[in-house]
Design a protein around this ligand. Structure first.
Ligand SMILES: [Zn+2]
Ligand SMILES: [Zn+2]
Length: 139
């Protein structure tokens, strides 16, 4: 078993610095409309991290959150640069979905599924990559 190491993450302006403890078990592509709006891209790629394996090293005061509606995932972002950092099912959740785009090293895990595949935009359909697809929320 490889020696555990820390995977660093940071926002675009560098104000928020996060450390994550591998191994990570699950990563997904999400094509839902909320991920699309929040990222400005086709959706999001994120990995599940228990919150005890995630430390905000600096910039905690810069992290804002937004919940698009009741029961919808809460989105955490840097208020200075707007980077999407992670999502949580609610603010008291014991796990976060950390956006792969803010990682500063290879986390090891690879996305294994597509969620909300039916919501993918016409201009970037879900690729035929053999990964598990969920038409909407995963089960
Ligand atoms: Zn920032
Ligand atoms: Zn989504």
């Amino acid at each position: 078993m490889p020696e555990p190491r820390v995977v660093p993450a940071s926002c675009l302006c560098g104000g928020v610095q996060i450390e994550l403890d591998p191994p990570f078990e699950l990563a997904s592509f999400c094509h839902c409309g909320n991920c699309r709006k929040h990222s400005g891209h086709a959706g999001s790629a994120a990995m599940r991290v228990p919150i005890e394996k995630m430390r905000i090293v600096s910039g905690e005061e810069l992290i804002e959150h937004f919940q698009p509606g009741p029961g919808l995932a809460v989105r955490f972002f840097c208020r200075t640069c707007g980077s999407s950092l992670f999502g949580m099912n609610d603010v008291a959740s014991d796990e976060a979905w950390v956006r792969l785009g803010v990682l500063d090293a290879d986390p090891g895990v690879r996305p294994s599924r597509h969620t909300w595949a039916d919501s993918a935009p016409a201009w970037l359909p879900v690729p035929e990559d053999g990964l598990t697809r969920f038409p909407q929320r995963s089960v």
